[in-house]
Unconditional design. Structure first.
Length: 700
């Protein structure tokens, strides 16, 4: 590993020796443009450079040429993903994931049972303009659950004038995958419109050892939007509907893989012919997901330089799991309430309410409905002072209609009030925030409320004309989710028996962030350091028992600490066609007894070289992940690995319009490796081998 780091540093030193730069290079660099982009995830409409909190923003203008079937964030330092094959990516912000990360899309909060490790982000990248990430507690703005951070996905923007049609198509060699996208947007009579549809059909992916059965990914996605804008009023109505089928692979745990993550497969006798025949007799396992999102955002602009923003949203997440569910006992009185599996809510009348759902054959079937109302009032009392006051309401229902249930029918209601003040000085900015939240969770024989007061204090100061220093303190809170409170059953996506704990209290976090950014006409350098203290951190703990031949895990609490940081360096070289980007990430998390927290990403170094010419571009990316030996109780050790990725684009004119051709080769050397954040590692399943992608994007 040391020789890889040394080689990259030598290359950087060589490129850095020539300090002569022309005006043409300064004009071509993307750094000043990116720093001036407006942040939409915070309410004061500041640019990335002027925002008090450091926000990472990823533009997705070329997303149609991406080989990812779901949103991916590997370009943002400090972000990683818990993966279950290429189709299930669960974002992790500085070691925190699931219900500790809040996701916004289509202008509203997205809820999809994110407590599950194998429940991915489920957001199609098409029709998406950009992604913003706030790393650290943001409960002041986003309420409960935002103790890890916020992922804000901005939908495609409207255009005025003549209609614009966009067509994209992509082929991936590794899993014989096809992706097609068609979009239309324009305006008629002062009304803007967007219509977008896409279809993804990916087969089983392959490692360098061969195909991994039952890892297919299929997705159909439809988006539509209407918009109206005047000097005093702006309105957006958006709809997103998607259907996804994701295969759940078979696999057995192997001691040689689990302990060392090496490439030795001579002892894997579990995969002999008899074993394969056993799998042929098994019912295919897969998830069938449906997501419906409807949002209506209205902004009223007043003469006193104030704005009122009202957003109403409704989401439905319908999740079914097929296959792999054997005969199980309904009676688990020693692990939960007697009523969990015998509630009257599951009588015949209840089942009839769900006749419109095709749950036939699904072992687990549940519907999560979420209605939200968000209000924000922004007022500028002077050029140097701004205030935001707001409230948020959320009403959520979890309803079962399958043969089995892991979580009971339950409801959750949230109410929050917040206020933020932003003060501008000559070379400094100060932001202060305060919020109070109330949450009520109800089910049969359970009615509990949770509340908290959270604060935020941020300072940004200029370091001359070429640098920024940021210091932020923020607190956050998270009430226990339904799984942590009420789980009592086998989750076949994880092959564990979960037992909830109704005595859990709220998680509370306090984080301090220190950031320095320096930039010039041709370079940017900076680092972010943080320390997050978590009180009553909720986690799964193996009990050592078994139920229905599955290991039992219960939810317990302990204090924990996470600290680390990211370093980045971007530079336009003396050659006007060559630039490069470097990032380094370090993370450590442990409980009060010094036990390691799960899913803490290893040391990561990324280096990319970008070559830009008149009609073409090329990128060579090197990824180095460190060895992971200090692991959590139910995790396994992982060796370090080094990957090379190569990609490029070529622009041509076709019928007087621009046609973009894109290609990429991921895992160029066909490396056999395990990733520490992969849930398939314990099954002895390696990461995807070499994948060649070719795609086109045409707008007319």
């Amino acid at each position: 590993m040391k020789k890889y780091i040394l080689s990259i540093l030598v290359i950087l030193f060589t490129l850095n020796t020539n300090q002569s730069f022309s005006q043409e290079v300064e004009k071509d660099t993307i750094i000043p443009v990116s720093l001036q982009e407006v942040v939409v995830s915070t309410p004061f409409k500041e640019s990335l450079k002027n925002n008090v909190m450091r926000v990472n923003k990823l533009s997705l203008n070329d997303i149609n040429l991406s080989n990812n079937p779901v949103l991916s964030f590997d370009k943002i330092p400090g972000l990683s993903a818990i993966t279950t094959g290429p189709g299930i990516l669960k974002p992790v912000i500085r070691g925190l994931s699931g219900n500790r990360v809040v996701t916004f899309t289509q202008n509203i909060r997205f809820e999809n049972g994110q407590w599950g490790e194998e429940h991915g982000i489920e957001i199609n990248p098409f029709g998406t303009q950009s992604v913003e990430v706030i790393k650290g507690p943001m409960s002041v703005l986003y309420g409960s659950d935002a103790i890890g951070g916020v992922i804000y996905v901005s939908p495609d923007s409207f255009i005025d004038g003549n209609p614009q049609v966009e067509f994209g198509s992509l082929f991936n060699s590794n899993f014989n995958g096809f992706t097609n996208n068609l979009g239309l947007k324009g305006s008629v009579g002062g009304i803007n419109y967007i219509v977008q549809g896409s279809y993804v059909d990916n087969g089983n992916f392959s490692t360098p050892e061969g195909e991994v059965e039952n890892t297919f990914f299929e997705n159909t996605d439809f988006k539509a939007a209407l918009g109206y804008s005047s000097d005093k009023f702006i309105s957006e109505l958006r709809l997103n509907y998607s259907e996804t089928n994701i295969g759940i692979p078979h696999g057995e745990e192997h001691d040689d893989h689990d302990e060392h993550g090496d490439d030795d497969h001579e002892d894997d006798d579990d995969h002999d012919e008899d074993h394969d025949e056993d799998h042929e007799d098994e019912e295919p396992e897969f998830q069938a997901l449906e997501n419906t999102l409807i949002s209506w955002k209205n902004t009223f602009i007043f003469n006193n330089k104030s704005e009122l923003e009202i957003t109403v949203g409704h989401t439905i997440n319908d999740r079914k799991e097929f296959g792999g569910h054997g005969e199980e006992h309904d009676d688990h009185d020693d692990h939960g309430d007697d009523d969990d599996h015998g509630d009257d809510d599951h009588d015949e009348d209840h089942d009839e309410d769900h006749d419109d759902h095709d749950g036939e054959g699904a072992h687990l079937a549940a519907e999560l409905k979420n209605t939200s109302i968000d209000l924000k009032y922004l007022i500028s009392s002077s050029e140097k002072t701004e205030f935001v006051f707001g409230s948020s309401l959320q009403f959520q229902d979890n309803i079962n209609y399958g043969e089995e249930e892991l979580l009971p029918d339950a409801s959750k209601n949230d109410f929050g009030l917040f206020g933020l003040a932003h003060f501008h000085g000559k070379v400094w900015d100060l932001m202060i925030g305060l919020r109070t939240d109330y949450r009520r969770i109800q089910k049969s024989q359970f009615d509990e409320t949770y509340n908290s007061l959270t604060t935020s204090l941020g300072l940004k100061t200029d370091l001359g004309n070429s640098g920024i220093l940021r210091l932020n303190f923020s607190s956050g809170y998270r009430a226990p989710n339904l799984s942590e409170l009420f789980a009592d059953g086998v989750h076949h996506g994880t092959s564990r028996y979960y037992v909830g704990n109704q005595n859990l209290s709220e998680e509370k976090s306090s984080q301090i962030d220190f950031s320095i950014s320096t930039f010039g006409s041709n370079s940017e350098f900076g680092f972010d350091l943080f320390a997050n203290s978590l009180k009553d951190y909720i986690y799964l703990n193996p009990t050592g028992e078994e139920m229905d031949e599955f290991p039992v895990y219960s939810y317990v609490q302990d204090d924990a600490n996470i600290f680390g940081g990211e370093l980045y360096y971007n530079r336009q070289s003396s050659l006007d066609w060559l630039s490069y980007e470097t990032s380094l990430e370090f993370l450590r998390g442990e409980k009060s007894n010094s036990d390691v927290l799960p899913f803490i990403a290893p040391l990561s170094l990324k280096q990319s070289f970008n070559l830009e010419f008149n009609n073409s571009s090329f990128e060579l990316e090197a990824v180095l992940k460190g060895k992971k030996e200090n692991v959590a109780q139910f995790e396994t050790k992982t060796d370090s690995y080094f990957l090379l990725n190569l990609s490029g684009t070529y622009d041509v004119e076709f019928l007087s319009n621009d046609l973009k051709i894109g290609w990429s080769i991921n895992n160029l050397t066909d490396k056999l490796y395990f990733d520490h954040m992969s849930r398939l590692k314990t099954m002895g399943i390696h990461e995807m081998g070499r994948n060649i992608s070719v795609g086109i994007n045409y707008q007319f």
